[in-house]
Design a protein around this ligand. Sequence first.
Ligand SMILES: Cc1cc2nc3c(=O)[nH]c(=O)nc-3n(C[C@H](O)[C@H](O)[C@H](O)COP(=O)(O)O)c2cc1C
Length: 544
Amino acid sequence: MIPKSGNRFLEKIMLKQTSHPGLRAPGTKRGRRAAPSRKRGREGWGPATLSARLGGHVTLEAHADGDIVACFDGHSVGLGKFSAGAADRAQGLRMGLPLGSFASDRRSIDKEVHRLVRRLARHGLLEYRLGRSPDGEDQVVIEPQLPDYWPRTPPLGDADVLVLSRFAYMRRRGNEMVLESPRAGALFKICDPKIATALAVLSTPQQIKRLRRQDGFPGVELLALLVDCQILFKIDPARDSGLRPAEGNDDLVLWDFHDLLFHARSTEGRHANPMGGVYPYAGVMAPLPAVRPGWPGKKIDLRKFSAAPPPCPPPQAGEGKGGGSPAAKRLRERHSTRSFDDRRPITLAELSRFLDGTARVQSRFSSRLDLGDGGPVVAYAVRPYPSGGGSYELELYLAVDKCEGLARGFYHYDAGGHALVPIGVRAHELEALLTGAAYAMAAPAAPQILITIAARFGRISWKYSSIAYALILKDVGVLIQTLYLMATDMGLGGCAIGSANIDLFAKMTGIEFHVEGPVGQFALGRGTAEAARPPVSGSPPRRR
Ligand SMILES: Cc1cc2nc3c(=O)[nH]c(=O)nc-3n(C[C@H](O)[C@H](O)[C@H](O)COP(=O)(O)O)c2cc1C
């Protein structure tokens, strides 16, 4: 898996860097936080203001022709043409431009500033601050986690009752306190400890009227922003206790806290953290050895046993070359293929055999669950690979770039009916999926077919507590090896891909990320002649 930077959503957007000074505030290249205000005593007065502010690593450059360009980490991205007045107003983004100051859209300059701010937001270059004065200390800083996050404040009345989501948590990040949730489109950096205390009260349902009387009341605007991010949710005290696990969405009932967090943070699409092979400790410590140093003591040498004829024919020269049964041969031949011969794409007949052999439902049965006083009847489907608890929660979705006899597009594999069902998706989404796979493999082009392995989470978490998501990942490993071996057996090429964008999949399918979503990917096709050859023993493999 190749490195992904932590630069919000921008890995793929690289435009020519310019050098005009324009909006770069002298001496404010990185740090632009306000110094602690000397007027702190007054900060308790009046409501907090929500402002948009450039991320710490971003500078804006205004060019003479009206172009405004954002620069960050050696990249630049064009934001369009703007008037001199709008460019001037945009300077306020360094310290924070109140959202209310351009919200009216009545004046054309407001419209321009709005357009600029929304573009910056879409590129993940903004954060939002809540503070009681422009040059005072931040109370809360909102860091978007999704490219389409925009702070919204749904209306809240004094009679409304709010409670914290059971997926929300506060933790130390460096020397900061952050409030997060795998469901939230943004992370909240809590700069004022009083706000943290005030929020802790919301572990039990609270009426806003009562909260207002509380010391350190954070203000309704923050509460509304947290409701918008599903960190807080509104309850009807007449109808429920506030501790309903569904939180307004029945599919959440089946999720454990740690499982949903792990899913959202270990995949792409719903967070802005660095991801993939970024070697975070390369400068800190040496890598662990490829092979574990042996335990001390007398060894039982197995080489002479594995060399014995049937079932395993004699070994070839060199380390670990023994074993010649058909299965052992396939295991040794198996290797990852990342470049595909697009002049001879995989055919529909091959794809059909591949799916038949790896994922097709072979038979079905059902059995009554023995829970002492009777239990529900549970249906099962037998498939070629093993699955924790016989759950078979994994589904295959195929993004087809090139397949002879099958149109380019996105399909679901109906494992029960052994059929492909087309799913209408936007062209740019299909492109993004395929390009993402090429990027993850550092491949010259998209794979002929990209298989997304998606989990129906509820199928497994209905039974298992605490280990549900871990089981899913184990099942993915099992299935991936099955796909590798079948591809090898058929003379095709394949490669596992360790990352998947769960937000993109949700957009393509219209299924919420916690209902069914990607947990693995596999590139498939006919390898180029070079890629089809197994790596020569002793030659270094490509690093991922
Ligand atoms: C879970 C998993 C994730 C992987 N992710 C990637 C990936 O994102 N990109 C890639 O090029 N290879 C990926 N690979 C392939 C490995 O790099 C490859 O299996 C390993 O280097 C050994 O080489 P071989 O498969 O050719 O024997 C992945 C393999 C596994 C099992």
